[in-house]
Design a protein around this ligand. Structure first.
Ligand code: GYE
Length: 327
């Protein structure tokens, strides 16, 4: 501790990391409430899906509940907007910066700027591929590779004992986004064990309903014998369901559907038999994020990785869970 104080004297910038509430070098959080109120700058991906809407709500509500001054910025799906937002948070000297990186690559420069300004960064929901892990304090979110694996494992079980080829089409999330990369990789790893599983087409549907529908329409035109759709989120799956129905096929029966997220609309389609299986990905990261923001601001040690706990849903399980589903 004494070493910390000494270092703080030498480099005023260190004070924020070592001491709370003492009006350290980085005081004047902009909240105007006399030092204790934490200002958190948060750069959100956008509003591309039901998951994202629930995530935004969770963050805004938890900030209000925990008395954190939230500066919320919507990047509308663009990395350049997120970089601008982060730079503006640095200029405003917020206490903590958190963001959900739209893509994995290209963050080193701006993260270094935050580090040089002594503003701790928390990665929320999605990872970055920076080699230098000292550029952020912690990463809170799901294990997307595991989610992909869970999707693959369901499929392997579903087709156990059958030898005919299984033609799979895949709707990927936003190109370059961690959940798109990892959900693809996890799924591929599990199904590759059996050559009957063939991914005959794989394309991005941008995590949105509109694109999911459009790409599925194209898949249906090109491939008359699709057995399975694996969509990296519920929204793309829901868009695809519209395309499948419009093509005169029965989603969930003629084409089996696996999605990720488990938002209410997805769970409803699952309970109606239009989706066959959903791997849960929880968007309710707000309370943990606020907790971590307080801890990093106080200079407390936090784990490098905070994993979200989640489950999977069959059609029966969705029926049971739906009445209680909050988002
Ligand atoms: O699965 C998808 C959203 O990053 C986990 O982004 C998130 C993903 C989520 O648009 O619906």
């Amino acid at each position: 501790m004494r070493r910390k104080w000494f270092a703080a004297l030498l480099a005023g910038a260190l004070v924020t990391a070592g001491v709370t509430g003492c009006g350290g070098g980085d005081a004047g959080s902009g909240s105007g409430s006399g030092g204790d109120k934490i200002t958190l700058g948060f750069s959100q991906v956008g509003a591309e899906s039901g998951w994202r809407t629930a995530n935004t709500k969770s963050i805004q509500e938890s900030a209000a509940q925990q008395g954190i001054d939230l500066k919320f910025s919507d990047a509308q799906g663009k990395q350049e907007n997120q970089i601008k937002a982060i730079r503006s948070f640095i200029a405003q000297r917020v206490d903590v910066i958190a963001f959900s990186p739209v893509v994995e690559s290209g963050w080193d420069t701006v993260l270094k700027e935050a580090k040089d300004a002594n503003i701790p960064v928390i990665l929320t929901d999605r990872a970055v591929d920076s080699q230098d892990t000292s550029l952020y304090k912690t990463f809170i979110g799901s294990d997307f590779v595991l989610e992909g694996k869970k999707a693959g494992e369901w499929l392997v079980k579903e087709y156990q004992g059958k030898n005919d080829p299984v033609n799979i089409v895949e709707l990927q999330g936003t190109p370059g986004a961690a959940p798109a990369n990892d959900r693809k990789a996890g799924f591929a790893e599990v199904i590759k064990a059996d050559p009957k599983f063939k991914v005959i087409a794989s394309q991005t549907g941008q995590f949105t309903r509109t694109d999911g529908k459009e790409v599925m329409e194209a898949f249906l035109k090109t491939y008359p014998d699709i057995d399975v759709l694996y969509a990296h989120n519920d929204d793309m799956g829901l868009g695809a369901i519209e395309a499948i129905e419009a093509a005169g096929k029965k989603p969930g029966t003629d084409i089996k559907i696996i999605t990720v997220d488990a938002v209410k609309d997805g769970m409803t389609a699952l309970s109606e038999g239009k989706i066959n299986y959903i791997v849960e990905c929880s968007p309710l990261l707000g309370p943990q994020l606020m907790d971590l923001a307080k801890k990093v601001k106080a200079g407390e040690q936090v784990p490098q990785r905070v994993l979200t706990e989640e489950t999977t849903f069959t059609q029966e399980q969705a029926k049971a869970a739906l009445p209680e589903r909050k988002y």
